[in-house]
Design a protein around this ligand. Structure first.
Ligand code: ADP
Ligand code: MG
Length: 463
């Protein structure tokens, strides 16, 4: 690679906004706090929907019995059953199955999607063994984790506001997703009550709390991104219902839709957004989450190929295909520790059909992955700081020893080590040292599935 290309690489990188300067991180955090207040004040008061989850009690550990969960929110959906042991019993047994959603169903009709899901659920129920004990005369109960923006009317009903993450099924928008699922279950002969409708972040919060009482925030970094947290019910001006006894309400922020003039948007982000299924929406998600990071890298590489012949005289045709470079591949390249960056070389060859890349070119690619991942992770950390500020947990009063745990989940957080480490170290950096000692990110492995089952238990039809 010649000098020109190196220069262009540097420029390309800088354009993606190398560091998200410290001051920007604080501005983003403050903007997040401001938007949280606005979203709680009135319906439609902010880009942040700050949805009321109708979950005013998190699991206590006393939940008991067999419960199902169904988790729909990305490219896969999962079905799960757990046997809960009651006080001190914990999760006695659990089984799950994961099924991928055929891409045509993500953009088809509501009935096709839900029938497919219900049919898979039917197969799973049919495999229930003796370990799981459903009391005589009871129907099975299900917690439905549905990770798209839903305006809930109760713990068991809610209207789909819009799709995200590549789903686009027009006739489902405006419908009650529990009714849609329930009719599909009926058509497929699944006898089950839906006892709780929860967002995956709310499920993760519930699952996290079950194992750690200091959990007050949940953040998911997966295909998309979102966060939920426990708010004082008095601090929700738009809530006109009765005050819950607990004095608390879980809020599903839908923070993927956060937007602020402080976000370091580049021409690549603007182009990605404009060409997406949901232009103008989910801007924070498009900067930080798994569906988009690899695509941002592709866009920058494409520009570098066009303007400074990064990969030779012509632009490799595959590089022009949107979403061809997936975030797991970006992550694999980013983590390549071999002396000749063999993984990078192979990925470029296998995915983009670019062969014989020099070590210099490979290093540029790694650096670009680093820049894009770092930016995303730092912005996500800034978002979390915004929540801590809203909760007043970004400072410690004299003698205070309150621990704050953030339950984290999602494939990006789980598998993209450099991203996770950057997110966690940035969060620590943004806090004073003494405060940082009291704040913990904890991986809540599949908390959302178990959380939904736990919430089905605490909202059982039979108690
Ligand atoms: P979803 O968000 O679809 O419910 P997950 O939480 O499992 O599901 O997240 C899946 C997403 O995580 C993928 O779309 C991908 O963006 C990201 N991901 C999965 N594996 C990796 C990996 N090895 N490195 C980076 N990102 C990954
Ligand atoms: Mg998920």
């Amino acid at each position: 690679m010649g000098k020109v290309a190196v220069t262009a690489a540097v420029i390309g990188g800088a354009a993606v906004c190398a560091a998200v300067a410290l001051v920007v991180r604080h501005q983003v955090a403050d903007a997040m706090t401001v938007e949280m207040h606005a979203g709680l004040a009135s319906e439609g008061g902010s880009k942040l929907k700050m949805l009321i989850s109708y979950v005013d009690n998190l699991p206590t550990g006393a939940e008991e019995g067999v419960y199902y969960a169904l988790d729909l929110g990305g490219t896969n959906f999962r079905v799960l059953r757990v046997q809960l042991g009651g006080t001190n019993g914990g999760v006695v047994d659990q089984e799950f199955a994961e099924v991928s959603i055929p891409p045509n169903l993500m953009v088809g009709t509501s009935q096709e999607l839900f029938d497919y899901i219900a049919a898979e659920l039917a197969k799973f129920v049919a495999q229930e063994g003796d370990k799981f004990q459903l009391p005589l005369g009871r129907k099975r109960e299900l917690g439905f984790t549905f990770s798209f923006p839903v305006m809930q009317n109760s713990i068991v009903s809610g209207t789909l506001m819009r799709w995200t993450k590549g789903f686009s099924i027009d006739d489902a928008v405006g419908k009650d997703v529990v009714a849609e699922l329930s009719s599909a279950m009926e058509r497929q002969g699944v006898e089950m009550h839906v006892s709780a409708l929860v967002n995956d972040t709310v499920g993760t919060l519930a699952g996290g709390r079950y194992t750690n009482k200091d959990v007050v925030v949940a953040v998911i970094m997966g295909t998309g991104t979102n966060a939920a947290y426990v708010e004082r019910s008095q601090a929700i001006p738009k809530w006109h219902g009765p005050q819950p006894e607990s004095g608390e309400m879980v809020i599903n922020m839908e923070w993927g839709n956060f937007r602020s003039s402080h976000l370091p948007l580049t021409e690549y982000d603007h182009a990605l957004d404009a060409e997406s299924l949901n232009p103008g929406e989910q801007i924070f998600e498009k900067l930080t989450s798994g569906m988009y990071l690899g695509e941002i890298v592709r866009r920058v590489l494409c520009r570098m190929a066009e303007e400074s012949a990064l990969f030779g005289d012509t632009v490799p045709p595959k590089l022009r295909i949107p979403f061809i470079l997936r975030t797991p591949d970006m992550s694999a390249m980013h983590h390549d520790t071999s002396y000749d960056l063999k993984v990078v070389g192979n990925k470029l060859k296998d995915i983009l059909e670019i062969s014989n890349t020099s070590l210099k070119v490979r290093k540029v690619v790694v650096e670009l992955c680093n820049i894009v991942a770092t930016r995303g992770a730092r912005l996500a950390a800034a978002g979390i700081l915004g929540i801590l500020k809203k909760l007043g947990r970004d400072t410690l009063r004299d003698g205070e020893t309150q621990r704050t745990v953030i339950a984290m989940d999602g494939g990006l957080y789980e598998h993209y080590t450099a991203y996770r480490e950057c997110l966690e170290s940035t969060l620590k950096e943004l806090l004073d040292d003494e405060v940082a000692e009291h704040i913990f990110c904890e991986h809540s492995n599949d908390g959302s599935g178990i959380g939904a089952a736990l919430l089905a238990a605490s909202h059982s039809w039979y108690v």
